[in-house]
Design a protein around this ligand. Structure first.
Ligand SMILES: [Ca+2]
Length: 135
C-alpha cells in the first residue's frame, strides 16, 4: 500500500470514529445530570431527568421565591426521583404551603414523564410524608 493510500485509510478511520461519537454526545448533553443521591428528592424541568434540577433534602413551602434554588423548577417540574430514606412520599403541590397536590412519588420511585393522573409544570412547593399519610 502506498503512503498516500495509508494516509487516506487513516483519515477514513478518523471519520468513522467521529460518526460513532457524535450520536453519543447528542444523546447525553454535557450539562445533563440525572443523578439523585440518597436522602434527596430530585426534580427536573424536562422529562427524562433533563435540564436544570432541584434536589431538596427536606420540605420547601415556596418555590416561587427568586432567591430559592427551587425557583428554577417552579411551574416547570416534568420528571422526579424520590430517594428519601425516612419519608415514604415525596409530594409536589400546585400552590405554596403544600396546597393542591400535583405529583406524588413513592420511596425509591422514579417518574421520567408525567402520568395521566398527575400534573407536570405546576409545582410550587414540596414536602415529604410517611407511608401512612396521603399527599
Ligand atoms: Ca417542564
Amino acid at each position: 500500500m502506498s503512503h498516500r493510500l495509508k494516509s487516506l485509510g487513516a483519515k477514513l478511520a478518523g471519520v468513522a470514529s467521529l460518526a460513532v461519537a457524535v450520536p453519543l454526545v447528542a444523546a447525553v448533553p454535557a450539562h445533563a445530570d440525572t443523578s439523585c443521591g440518597s436522602g434527596l428528592f430530585c426534580i427536573w424541568v424536562n422529562e427524562q431527568y433533563g435540564g436544570t434540577a432541584y434536589r431538596p433534602v427536606g420540605n420547601d413551602p415556596q418555590w416561587s421565591d427568586t432567591s430559592n434554588p427551587a425557583y428554577a423548577v417552579w411551574d416547570a417540574d416534568s420528571s422526579w426521583k424520590n430517594r428519601y430514606q425516612s419519608w415514604y412520599w415525596a409530594c409536589v403541590y400546585d400552590l405554596k404551603g403544600y396546597q393542591n397536590v400535583t405529583v406524588w412519588v413513592s420511596q425509591g420511585q422514579s417518574i421520567p414523564a408525567v402520568p395521566s393522573n398527575m400534573w407536570a409544570n405546576r409545582g410550587a412547593s414540596n414536602q415529604g410524608l410517611y407511608s401512612g399519610d396521603t399527599c
